[in-house]
Design a protein around this ligand. Structure first.
Ligand SMILES: Cc1cc2nc3c(=O)[nH]c(=O)nc-3n(C[C@H](O)[C@H](O)[C@H](O)COP(=O)(O)OP(=O)(O)OC[C@H]3O[C@@H](n4cnc5c(N)ncnc54)[C@H](O)[C@@H]3O)c2cc1C
Length: 275
């Protein structure tokens, strides 16, 4: 595999580095301590094309390759892990998932605003009793044939950008008797009645990226927002998570580089003081 950077790769890396060091690094400590979601800089990431890097331009994305995504993700995460987490979920889990599994109508209506960064996305699979084992999921989506809608009830857990997202890729049981084969995928609009973000998790780090519960109480979703067929939810969820691992790895590289450079600079300053 040839990992030599092209001029285009260098351009996106340098652009991300300049933006991250100029606009994100100076606020990183403050937003982490305050647990403040960085609305303004996330909007700027959208304007720069960082919220849908691999999505083709016809769907609002930047139309670049995975290496470009990785390079940008490293630079953003190096300045602030919270920005990295928000960017990674929107790119890898939500936009990529919609691109792979959405219908043309869903892409035009939902993917375009998500990939341009006009709207923010989240991904919700986990529940308190269903982490490693999603077949234990209790959130239900019951089809109401008369209204051609699903009625969603349940409590989800640990959702990155849960309280900030406009659209959430949600996994819920349409047939509990089938276990993991009874899970289906949906894109829910958080502005509709019946949705509220629940308790926010008090994390030790990455605190400007909010992680919360989601509460659905008789939330009604038009059936056209189901992603894929009924029962395909777990397959969709896992294939999206697989693709997302590259973003998480890039985040880790950025955080590790920042930790190394901070420790190196501290040690150098210490040794010059000792002389
Ligand atoms: C900061 C943060 C952000 C997150 N963001 C999201 C998000 O955006 N969307 C989302 O859906 N989820 C999110 N999650 C949830 C995350 O995906 C889950 O934490 C994960 O699926 C593991 O589930 P769990 O925490 O319930 O652990 P558990 O499933 O309870 O596992 C605990 C431990 O037991 C081990 N274990 C589990 N089952 C077995 C077994 N059968 N045999 C042996 N060992 C086992 C596991 O490997 C693990 O080490 C987030 C979590 C965190 C911490």
């Amino acid at each position: 595999m040839d990992l030599k950077l092209t001029e285009e790769h260098k351009m996106i890396r340098d652009m991300a580095r300049e933006f991250a060091q100029k606009e994100i690094a100076p606020i990183a400590a403050e937003i982490d301590e305050a647990g403040r979601f960085p609305t303004e800089t996330v909007a700027k990431m959208g304007e720069l094309g960082f919220m849908g890097i691999e999505i083709p331009e016809e769907y609002g994305g930047t139309g670049l390759d995975t290496l470009s995504y990785v390079l940008a993700m490293i630079e953003i995460s190096k300045a602030c892990a919270s920005h990295g987490a928000i960017m990674s979920v929107n790119n890898s889990l939500v936009c990529h998932g919609l691109y792979l599994f959405g219908t043309e109508e869903q892409k035009q209506e939902l993917l375009v605003p998500l990939a341009t960064g006009e709207k923010l996305g989240a991904y919700s699979l986990t529940e308190s009793q269903a982490g490693s084992d999603p077949s234990n999921m209790r959130c239900t989506a019951v089809y109401d044939g008369q209204a051609d809608e699903y009625v969603i009830n349940g409590l989800k857990a640990w959702v990155t950008s849960g309280p900030n997202a406009d659209y959430i890729m949600l996994f819920a049981m349409t047939d509990r008797s089938l276990g993991s084969r009874g899970i289906s995928a949906f894109i829910v609009d958080t502005s509709l009645p019946g949705f509220s973000p629940g308790k926010a998790e008090p994390k030790l780090g990455i605190r400007a990226s909010h992680t919360s519960e989601l509460i659905f109480e008789d939330y009604r979703l038009p059936a056209r927002y189901r992603l894929g067929e009924e029962g395909q939810g777990l397959k969709i969820a896992l294939s999206i998570l697989d693709a997302g691992r590259v973003g998480i790895a890039a985040q880790a590289v950025g955080i590790a580089e920042a930790a190394f450079e901070t420790a190196r600079d501290y040690a150098k300053a210490g040794s010059s003081l000792a002389r």
